[in-house]
Design a protein around this ligand. Sequence first.
Ligand code: PMT
Length: 417
Amino acid sequence: MSFDLSVIPHKNIILAVTGGIAAYKSAILVRRLKDFGFDVRVVMTHGAQAFITPLTFQALSGNPVHTELLDPEAEAGMGHIELARWADLVLVAPASCDTIAKFANGLADDLLSTLYLATKAPVWVAPAMNQQMWAAKATQRNLQTLVEDGVHVIMPDAGEQACGDVGLGRMPEPEDLARQVAAYFHKAQRAIAEKFGLLAGKRVTITAGPTREAIDPVRYISNHSTGKMGFALAAACYAAGAKVTLVAGPVSLDTPNGVERINVKSAMQMLDASMNQLEEGCDIFIATAAVADYRVAEVAEHKIKKAGDELAVSLVKNPDIVATIAQQQQRPFMVGFAAETRNVEEYAAGKLVAKKLDMIACNDVSRPDIGFASDENAMTVFFAQSYHLEKRELEKASKQEISQQLVEAIHDALLQK
Ligand code: PMT
């Protein structure tokens, strides 16, 4: 499973490390959590400090490490109540038998057990211990109490243990734990987006990238589109709560998290895939693809051999995908893009009318710093007259930021529909 970090909100994690040999894995866990963009503060019990030093965690987390309940200096900075409030999630890894027993019985005789009682944040425990201690009735009884109290217990892995035993009790790998935490916040964020996002519940189809029109089995006609604009827009629409399908020409980009992708090569294939999406249900159609306007009339079955000084290839017009979809009776909200090298706004406004679109975003592709292949873009957005919306200038910014502004523009127009 992969995650688009841009849709995981900034969150504060308290990683509580208790006494056990698995504490060494927690150092790597700090790194992995930070990789996901989390702010991490480490709390250590006295037992944990017998296995690994606070200094290690301080260096890795970039934050002071909290070890004492009644340390006046620590309480003056971030005391146990502030820590409990700061946390969006408390992850206890490894969680020793002793800590589990304290949690289950409401003891409050050190920083971690006090923090546990004082926090409103979800608490996750990743028990790690000898397999016999894991199986002990008291441990299982305490774990059952924690589950009943709403604590999320992460099952330990089975395998060879530091003490030589074989069985359940190993702490899961740090990558795995960090991924579970990220998935938790990702899922929560997704649920919010689906309920309250600007495009909550909308079905969006986006064409992206170039098309490739074959000349013979080894040659083709294409253009400079890389798909970056369309893929960024797909991620932004998904983050805004939409169900997104990308109809992608041949590009070498990873599919944004949560987005369905259909790969095509030619304009005819892109049209077919787009029409299928219309049949499956589409509320918003966005055409960022640079579709070849013409294709070769007759594609040679075999590689064309070099012969005379000149070679004439006859071309025929491709169907206009976005215009075809705009003509359908049950048409979605139609968003076109316009790539121009001169008279940018005039030509774009013409396409808005000619293709019967609701909205068009144009960019000047003669500029080397924006448009094709660049990570940035600058656009002017026009709306169909019926929307009574002023044109919008989107200043030069990353394609991700431009996409968020386009999502807002689509949302504003939909409000008027
Ligand atoms: O992919 P990147 O490297 O990130 O570059 C982004 C981009 C420059 C390709 C993008 O920002 C952009 O401008 N896309 C539109 C490119 C284009 O083909 O524009 P156009 O003016 O030729 O076409 C107008 C509209 O009709 C577009 O929405 C296009 O997708 C659509 N069209 C065109 C021809 C055709 N046969 N079918 C279509 O649907």
